[in-house]
Design a binder for this molecule. Structure first.
Ligand SMILES: *Cc1c(COP(=O)(O)O)cnc(C)c1O
Length: 341
């Protein structure tokens, strides 16, 4: 198979149409077989549930080439399980988890020419999603749904080297205590757009959202979970029922414990204790970990000792170990690497 003629290392994070996508329709209470199709456009009712009441959920994952030339995905079973949780919370039908994993493989195989080569830093980003497609005007769940997966090649996250982020403690809230913060729903992103555009205008890279009830505890950013390293090398991540359970963060916690022999802790993290940490990072599929150099809390600057030039030493070890596992340079825990071809 010949790779597409793409300048992999200069790709950004944008949508590039690839050849095939998976589509399955839910009608009369059942999913059809589903198939790969070439048409990237969607036609549906002007009154579709997704358009009127935002009934839609999604996942984000990537396929990439390992050191020995295999095309793999990372822990797709966790994406399938998380999508099930998301669907249930928005009264959507569940797309069976085994079929989800199978459909992911089909999309990657069909677009294998777009899977970037090992060492380029680029990956094939996969976007599984589901939406209510039948007309809904009185507020209720749609009766028909579409599940789709498309693939788009994306460039290396840290182009031209790692640059620690400056983030702002936001005055906006991301997710209510018993709301939808723990699921991957478009609605959580729609309401974050004003907050992120505002933060960017003010010169910040990201928002740190607090728990809306007390506004004393750290939750997450718009699209990544926090990891903190204490001065005695303990790895701490905030615990809250309104945080989206990042697969990268859960994997990094396991890597910290089992590969690096570090103590790990998932607990409530107070804004007031930020200045005690040695390092801070954001975790998600796109970057694995982005280091945070500075948090600004209403004019008060908290500068982590790791500084504004590099990843902190523990963050770097976590990053190197997890990316080593993903790329096949370090032996993976059972079931983490799903080989497609
Ligand atoms: C997707 C997402 C993350 C990161 O999750 P990963 O599974 O690691 O990619 C973190 N926070 C939010 C709000 C997200 O939507």
């Amino acid at each position: 198979m010949e790779k597409k003629n793409i300048d992999w290392s200069n790709l950004g994070f944008g949508y590039i149409e690839t050849e095939k996508r998976f589509v399955s329709n839910y009608k009369n209470g059942a999913w059809d077989e589903g198939a790969l199709v070439s048409d990237s456009m969607i036609t549906m009712s002007e009154c579709a549930g997704v358009l009127q009441y935002a009934q839609t959920v999604f996942e984000g994952m990537k396929a990439y080439t390992t050191e020995d030339g295999r095309i793999v995905t990372f822990r797709p079973d966790l994406n399938a399980a998380r999508m099930e949780d998301s669907c249930k919370r928005l009264q959507m039908p569940v797309f069976p988890q085994d079929k989800f994993i199978e459909a992911v493989s089909q999309v990657v195989e069909a677009n294998a020419a777009y899977v970037p080569p090992y060492g380029s830093g680029a990956t094939l980003y996969l976007r599984p999603y589901m939406f209510g497609s039948s007309p809904v005007i009185g507020v209720k769940p749609a009766e028909e749904y579409q599940f789709r997966i498309f693939a788009t090649p994306v460039g290396p996250y840290f182009k031209g080297g790692v640059k620690p982020l400056t983030i702002k403690v936001s005055d906006f809230d991301r997710a209510a205590p018993n709301g939808t913060g723990h699921i991957k729903a478009g609605l959580n992103y729609a309401m974050s757009l004003h907050a992120i555009v505002t933060a960017h205008e003010e010169g910040y890279d990201e928002n740190m959202y607090l728990d809306p009830k007390t506004r004393t505890k750290v939750e997450e950013t718009g699209g990544a979970n926090f990891l903190f390293i204490t001065k005695d090398n303990k790895v701490v991540t905030p615990k809250s029922s309104s945080i989206l359970p990042s697969i990268t963060r859960r994997s990094l916690m396991q890597v910290a414990k089992d590969y690096l022999g570090l103590e790990v802790e998932e607990r409530e993290v107070y804004v007031d204790e930020l200045e005690n940490f040695a390092e801070c990072g954001l975790c998600g599929t796109a970057a694995v970990i982005s280091p945070v150099g500075k948090v600004v809390n209403h004019g008060k600057e908290i500068c982590f000792p790791s500084g504004m030039n590099d990843m902190g030493p523990v963050t770097k070890k976590l990053y190197d170990t997890l990316t080593g596992i993903q790329m096949g340079r370090i032996e993976a825990p059972e079931g983490w690497i799903h080989v497609i071809k």
